[in-house]
Design a protein around this ligand. Structure first.
Ligand code: NAP
Length: 278
């Protein structure tokens, strides 16, 4: 039997954190792999973040996910930061090493890409442009992963254009910024179309864009997963596009953390989706 003191703990630190689906996801993977372990939601205010983080290894935590508003601070406090987290400018997966040091990674881009690879296997990143809506935190991870995957050109539009311009400045000439008002016209150019804004999410503003430019040769994905079928995905399906919902990104981004903390590579299955949606 596993010694109680050795049962690994992990969790998600956020403010707020009650909405997080990660505890259900990790419980499902721990149970389905027959592993001892616990994964808990940790409601931590920005003031308490550093103290809490530094106390966790001594309490038996092997790692933690971090979400809004701690993603940048987590990276600053870490002893080692992966290259992809540095480029994204935020961390979402922390691992506490034996010597107490904190290793920080960002797996959002990995989760985004893996979701597309698994659910749109015919999509070839190098096959043409991507049209990306939004220039917030999630967009940074999406842009880095698209560039790393070999997407040759990214057409980027954001309501606040200056934020998109900043991203183009950081990530180079493959990113072509257009005005939000010109988005409808640019839509047909994308081999993939990706919504990284919160438009269309339950409780947020709807996406009111003219979507008549969508066509059947496109892969369309939405980072919003509540609702699962957003207005964008519904319109894209009607236009004959291949659609991929945002839940898979949430599931795949958690794979590297689970693997590091609990020693088993978890598999994303229809049951995993069910467990998280329950
Ligand atoms: P964020 O940093 O706050 O960025 C929000 C983005 O939405 C910005 O581009 C913002 O444009 C845009 N936006 C908000 N309201 C708008 C409006 N009324 N009209 C036009 N644009 C608007 O948020 P985030 O962390 O990037 O997250 C964005 C979405 O992705 C959220 O819905 C989040 O739940 C989802 N997400 C999903 C996953 C997943 O695993 N599936 C992972 C991360 C995030 P401005 O710059 O003009 O404000």
């Amino acid at each position: 039997m596993t010694e109680l003191a050795k049962i690994p703990l992990a969790g998600v630190m956020g403010h707020p954190v009650a909405h997080s689906k990660s505890p259900q996801l990790f419980r499902h993977w721990l149970d389905s792999n027959g592993l001892a372990g616990h994964y808990v939601p940790l409601h931590v205010s920005p003031d308490a973040f550093e103290t809490t983080l530094r106390a966790m290894p001594g309490m038996g935590f092997v790692g933690a996910n971090v979400t809004i508003p701690h993603k940048q601070r987590a990276m600053e406090l870490a002893d080692h930061v992966t290259e992809r987290a540095t480029r994204i400018g935020a961390a979402n997966t922390l691992t506490f090493q034996q010597n107490g040091e904190i290793h920080a990674d960002n797996t959002d881009g990995f989760g985004f890409l893996e979701n597309l690879r698994q659910n749109a296997p015919h999509w070839r990143p190098e096959g043409g442009a991507a049209v990306v809506l939004g220039a917030g935190g999630a967009a940074r991870a999406v842009l880095v992963s698209l560039l790393d995957a070999g997407v040759p050109r990214i057409i980027l539009a954001n309501r606040t254009r200056s934020r998109a311009d900043d991203l183009a400045q950081s990530f180079g000439p493959a990113i072509e910024v257009i005005d939000w008002a010109d988005l409808a016209e640019a839509l047909p150019e994308g081999v993939s179309v990706i919504n990284t804004t919160s438009l269309g999410m339950s409780g947020k503003a709807p996406l009111t864009l003219d979507l008549s430019g969508l066509h059947k040769d496109q892969v369309v994905t939405d980072l919003v997963y509540s609702p699962l079928e957003t207005d964008l995905l519904r319109a894209a399906s009607k236009a004959g596009c291949h659609t991929v919902d945002g839940l898979g990104m949430l599931l795949y981004q958690a794979v590297p953390g689970f693997e590091r903390w609990f020693g088993v590579t978890p598999v994303v299955t229809p049951q995993t989706r069910k467990a998280v949606l329950a």
